[in-house]
Design a protein around this ligand. Sequence first.
Ligand SMILES: [Zn+2]
Length: 310
Amino acid sequence: MSPDRPHHPSRRSFLAGLATLATSLGVAAQQPNAAPKPPAPPQDPFPGRKKVLAIGDVHTGYQHDSVSHALATIERLGRQSGDFITYIKTDTQLITKGEVYGTGRYAAPPAGTRRTNAKNLDYFDAIFFFGLGEEELSAQQKADLLSFVHDDGKGFVGAHSAIDAFYNWPEYGEMTGAYFDDHPWGVMDAPILIEQPTFPGMKQLPPQFTLRDEIYVPTNAPYSRANVDVLARLDATKVNLKVSDLHRTDNDFPIAWVKYYGRGRVFYSTLGHLDASWDDPRVQQMYLEAIRWSLGLTTYTPKPHPLRSQ
Ligand SMILES: [Zn+2]
């Protein structure tokens, strides 16, 4: 530090700083067992950007081969569009509004002395969920997830097996709008009808088309057209209704829907079983627009409506 530089700190403040430093070091040395300071909020390396927490935790159920590619595709779509940053996680640790700790010296104080830099739900604007099974969330984590959508007005985008999850947590089914019953046709060339072409994720699609995927059929409840706005459905006139494991009798086989949950925006689509599904530009565009909508980057008001004959 040269005294010739115009804005150097004064010698007085420099000495005062040294004294403060010495004092704090002395205090630390005298109190080796003092409780560590509470962790500071982690820094935001992407200030001003929307953040998506993409979760592919499948360790409690069937493990789709497409999950890795799905999460990687969502991450890429977010980066390329410039619309959002994605944190990919294969566990549900960040589904919390509390502090996130690790183990050993990253454990919660007083045992741990290091910070994990982990974000929590408060950092994120939407969840993209391609999990399956009962998962392992504490009661507090469940409450935090519901609050994230319902009270904070954030987004939840469920892919394929997202409704084949948390059967023992009815509020989750209420939030997503349905539980999985079966996929009676397996992987099929699915004839699809668009019901809501004004939804941003449907605009680019023709009124009718065929797409190869595994179509889930929801159970009779909680799925209800009174609660969800079905954006697209399977064309029941073009599929075999005599297959075993088909339990619905109303021929209502939704492909995608949106709904509000409290202040939050929820999207679900059955598409995504196949690895190749995520390379299909139609599927990519649908999920990209679904996430954009869930983030509030586009506007569309869900309009629940009955099944129309077509
Ligand atoms: Zn599947």
